[in-house]
Ligand binder design. Structure first.
Ligand SMILES: Nc1ncnc2c1ncn2[C@@H]1O[C@H](COP(=O)(O)OP(=O)(O)O)[C@@H](O)[C@H]1O
Ligand SMILES: C=C(OP(=O)(O)O)C(=O)O
Ligand SMILES: [K+]
Ligand SMILES: [Mg+2]
Length: 582
């Protein structure tokens, strides 16, 4: 059966003649045209059908094209609620600074003892936290449930739209929880015991529990033991049954449940723990918990292959109520680098988990791997998070180092979708200040690069698997290009699944993207993606009425004004419209 697909590129007439406030040649040409031939509707139609893959191009004047679109199907006018939902922080930002200066890079905060109280969570929401991350390595499920409920309550009562990401523990080797102490200092030359024994009556002095039963068997005298990717180092000097005696060679702070890796002759030993499953039995229970609590994202630690992601996605599909939990693959092992493209392809996004990654590959390789992961994600249209140690010194100090600011700038310049705080927000002394640094550095660097037009163009290969998807992709690529050339104020996208919004985000246009979607869950998930301002709105298939409704709702709230230049696209009607807000 031939299925007709219509693409119209139209400069739709607005109640006022379309006059761009800017003077790019293209914009001027359009406005001149509209002034002389008013009212005008010039449309470019590309029509294609499944049986005829070669689209024919028709140009038409005065709405002939759009009536052809309207003949296709009668638009059902859904009577819907007349409200629009956007988070309170974005709304205030839009009103104060206008669209252009909204932040494009999204921010994630790990929630821990320093940020779990309602007022602390609210301070982070106000400070620009888009996603709250809970790390199942730490705390109990009850503790995490309480955090999730507090975030939900804030969203409902105060109008924020903070999404929740649950991060699995993964089955790598790590230390126990230090018998309740928040940290322990290992000094140079000290002898510590790493043991797989269970200690019922408290830990002896300078003793660390290890979670992996095979640990004492696997290590050898002379191996180097790295805590947290090298924050503290030990040398194995003696093995006594389940106890491994080690001498501290690089002193530092041991934190509860810190990650352990061991190295022999300059390379990571991973034969045995490579056999451990990516998702442990404890992780599966945590995942069930996450599904039951309706988290928005599941971040999976130490992913080795695409298979585990595919398996998890079908597991979620079968269990989640509306099966819309995004799966984020954490790239933090040698295997994940080896199978990078297929892992990212299978996932809904990726995290450059530099903490563990830096423990598995030489540190000096981490920056180039980061750049590569960010690039592959953008090409495959998956959101990417840059994580770990962005502002590490702010765990203790109220100002970042210059080097940290440069690191944050680099991630923003690479145009990663999101930046993440770990210890800085979970247990640091200055969580809000750290978030403020991420926010202000993002804003400043984004503006600088926009003004200087310094972004290197990235080749974006086609990713669509069907002809209809290819049309959507081409529309988004063109709309983003037009938005830059015409210097429009915003792109509006009406999208039910969020796909068109992410295709636009992938183009990293100069202006922000207002993404209108019908469900709160899609809206929350769009929070992770670069440049998207997600709104919840019920809309119909009639774009004209959608636009009118949106304009009046946003104008009433002072978020747009007459004369703003907007490009709109939608996944119901494949068209690009350029118009001034009436
Ligand atoms: N839910 C929690 N309860 C207690 N402490 C936590 C929690 N989440 C994080 N932390 C603390 O914050 C630190 C940094 O968090 P994160 O980077 O997510 O974990 P990790 O250091 O294990 O990779 C942790 O080492 C831990 O000390
Ligand atoms: C984000 C990371 O994972 P986690 O904090 O869970 O170790 C990392 O290793 O950088
Ligand atoms: K984790
Ligand atoms: Mg990790």
């Amino acid at each position: 059966m031939a299925q007709a697909l219509n693409l119209s590129i139209s400069t739709s007439h607005s109640p006022k003649p379309l006059i761009s406030r800017r003077s790019t040649p293209f914009a001027t040409a359009i406005s001149r045209f509209s002034l002389t031939k008013n009212p005008i509707k010039t449309s470019l139609f590309i029509r294609a059908s499944a049986s005829d893959p070669n689209p024919s191009i028709l140009t038409s004047d005065n709405g002939a094209g759009s009536s052809a679109v309207q003949d296709r199907a009668p638009f059902p006018l859904v009577s819907d609620s007349s409200s629009i939902e956007v988070d309170a922080v974005t709304e205030a930002e839009l009103k104060e600074n206008g669209f252009r200066s909204t932040r494009r890079t999204k921010l994630i905060c790990t929630i821990g003892p320093a940020t779990c109280k309602p007022e602390q969570l609210e301070a982070l929401a106000v400070g620009g936290m888009n996603v709250a991350r809970i790390n199942m390595c730490h705390g109990t499920r009850e503790w995490h449930r309480e955090v999730i409920q507090r975030v939900r309550r804030l969203n409902e009562e105060k109008g924020y739209a903070v999404a929740i990401m649950m991060d699995t523990e993964g089955s790598e080797i790590h230390m126990g929880d230090l018998g309740g102490a928040s940290s322990a200092k290992a000094e140079d030359g000290e002898i510590w015991t790493f043991s797989v024994r269970a200690f019922d009556s408290g830990l002896p002095e300078r003793t660390i529990n290890v979670n992996y039963d095979g640990f004492a068997e696997d290590v050898k005298v002379g191996d180097e033991l790295l805590v947290d990717g090298g924050m503290v180092r030990f040398e194995v000097i003696e093995k006594i049954g389940p106890d491994v005696k080690c001498r501290c060679t690089d002193p530092g702070l041991l934190l509860p449940r810190a990650n352990l890796t061991f190295w022999r002759d300059g390379s990571l030993v991973r034969e045995r723990n490579a056999m451990l499953p990516t998702i442990s039995s404890k992780d599966w229970l945590d995942i069930d918990f996450g599904i039951a609590e309706g988290v928005d994202f599941l971040a999976i630690s130490f992913v080795k292959s695409a298979e585990v992601i595919k398996h998890l996605k079908s597991y979620i599909q079968a269990r989640a109520r509306d099966s819309d939990i995004s799966v984020i693959a954490k790239i933090e092992s040698i295997d994940s680098l080896k199978n990078l493209e297929e892992i990212i392809q299978a996932s809904d996004g990726a995290m450059v988990a530099r903490g563990d990654l830096g423990a598995q590959i030489p540190l000096e390789q981490v920056p180039s791997e980061q750049q590569k992961i960010v690039q592959v994600c953008r090409q495959l249209n998956k959101p990417v998070i840059v994580a770990s140690q962005l502002l590490e010194s702010m765990i203790e100090y109220p100002t970042p180092t210059r080097a940290e600011v440069a690191d944050v700038s680099e991630a923003v310049r690479q145009r990663a979708d999101a930046l993440m705080l770990s210890g800085e927000s979970a247990m640091g002394q200055f969580p809000e200040k750290a978030l403020t640094v991420l926010r202000s550095v993002s804003l400043r660097i984004e503006k600088w690069w926009r003004e200087e037009k310094r972004h290197e163009a990235m080749e974006l290969p086609g990713i669509a698997s069907s002809f209809a998807d290819r049309i959507s992709e081409e529309i988004c690529n063109s709309a983003a290009k037009m938005a830059n050339n015409l210097e429009v104020d915003a792109i509006f996208v009406y999208t039910k699944t969020g796909h068109m919004a992410s295709l636009l985000s992938r183009c990293r246009p100069d202006c922000p993207i207002f993404a209108f979607t019908t469900t709160t869950s899609v809206r929350r998930r769009l929070n992770l993606q670069w440049g998207l301002i997600p709104f919840r709105l019920s809309f119909s298939d009639d774009m004209e009425s959608n636009l009118n409704k949106t304009f009046s709702l946003l104008k009433a709230r002072g978020m747009i004004k007459s004369g703003d230049l907007v490009i709109s696209v939608s996944d119901m009607l494949q068209s690009i419209q350029v118009m001034n807000v009436p």
